[in-house]
Design a protein around this ligand. Sequence first.
Ligand SMILES: *Cc1c(COP(=O)(O)O)cnc(C)c1O
Length: 423
Amino acid sequence: MATSEELHKRRVEAVARGVGSTIPAYVDRAGGGTITDVDGREWIDFAAGIAVTNVGNSAPRVVEAVRAQVERFTHTCFMVAPYESYVAVCEQLNALTPGGFEKRSALFNSGAEAVENAVKIARHATGRPAVVVFDHAYHGRTNLTMALTAKNMPYKHRFGPFAGEVYRVPMSYPLRDGGLDGATAAARSIEMIEKQVGAENVAALLIEPIQGEGGFVVPAQGFLPALREWATAAGVVFVADEIQTGFCRTGDWFACEHEGVQPDLITLAKGIAGGLPLAAVTGRADLMDAVHVGGLGGTYGGNPIACAAALASMETMRELDLGAAARRIGAVMGERLRVIAAGDPRVAEVRGRGAMLAMEIVVPGTLTPDPAATAAISAACHAAGLLTLTCGTYSNVLRFLPPLVISDDELGRGLDILAAAFG
Ligand SMILES: *Cc1c(COP(=O)(O)O)cnc(C)c1O
C-alpha cells in the first residue's frame, strides 16, 4: 500500500490546491473513536468528519442497510420513480423535529443545498425577498450560502459577486458583547431588522442555534425564543440551521429543543446518515406544500443508499441513546477543559453543549484573539495523535466533536493529549 507521504505527493499533482486537509495523513480505516492512516498511525477522532459520524464510522446497522440497498437498486431518482426509504426518512424527520404541528420534508445532497431550498421555500410561501442572517454565521459554500455566511477568508474571498437581499445582524455572543442578556441582544438585532430591512420585506430569519464554523458561539439564554416570538408576530419564517448541531450532537435530537424553540423550517445534513451524503428541509406543512409540484428536487436528492443509511443511523441513535451519550461526553470533556482553562490564561472561555464543546484562545488578560497560539496547540495535538479542528471568525477557537460512540478510554486518552498540548 502507498504511504501517506507518497499519496500526498500524488495529491499535490492531482487535486486542486483550493481543497485543503487538516492532516496530511491518508486514511486506511476508521471506527469507534479512532482513525488509522495507511502507515498504521492512529488518531483519536475529535472531529467526526465535522460532526458527521455521530454514530461512528461504518456503524454496524449502517453497513448492513447500505449493503442490502446497494444490491436492490442504487438510483432511480425519486422524481422519476419513487421508493419507500425516501418516504420513511421524511416520516421520521417530521416526527423527530421539534413542534407537534403537521410537517413535510424534502431531501437533498448537502447542507448548502438544504439551506438554499429553505430560502426558496420561505420566499415562495411568503412572497417576500429578504433573508436575515447573523454575524459569524456559516451556511455553506454555494453562491447563495456564501452570501449567507459571514467570514471572508477562506469561504468568500474573491468568489463574488454574491446573491442579494441578504441582511446581517448582530449575534448574541456573550464573551464579546459585554454579556448582553438574551432578550436585550435579540431586541438589538430586531431593531436593526425593522429599521434597515422592514419586517414586511423579510421572508426568513436563518440562524444556527449554536454556531458551528463561526466559533461554537452559544447565544445567551432567551435570545432564540425572543427571535422566534418576533418572527411569529412579523410573519417571518424562522429557519433553524441544525446541520452541525443536529442528530444528538448537543445532547438532544436538535439543539433548538434546549430552550423549547419550534422552528418553522429546519435544515439538516451532516449527522443524518452516518457519513453518506444526505440533507433535508423539514417544516410546517403549509410552508413546505406552498411550492408547486416540480419546484423542489434534484437528481440525487434522497438517494436510496443514503436514505437506507439515514434510517439505520436514526435507529442506532435511538438504540444506543446517543443523546445521553453526548451529554455524558460533554460532562467528562467539559470538566477536563475547565481544568485546562483554570491553569492557562490563554483560554478565555470553555463553551458549547453536549459533545459540541470549544475553547476560545486569546492573548492573556485581553479578549484579543490569538489564532497563532490556537494553530500551535492544534498542531501539537495532531503530532501527538489527536485529531482536533479549529473554527471561529478570528480562527481562535479549538472545537471538539467526537463521534458519540467514542469509548471512555479513547475520550480520556484524547483529553490527555489535549492537556499535554497546552503544556
Ligand atoms: C456544514 C454546514 C453547512 C453546509 O453543509 P455542506 O454539507 O458542507 O454543504 C451549513 N450550515 C451549517 C451550520 C454547517 O455546519
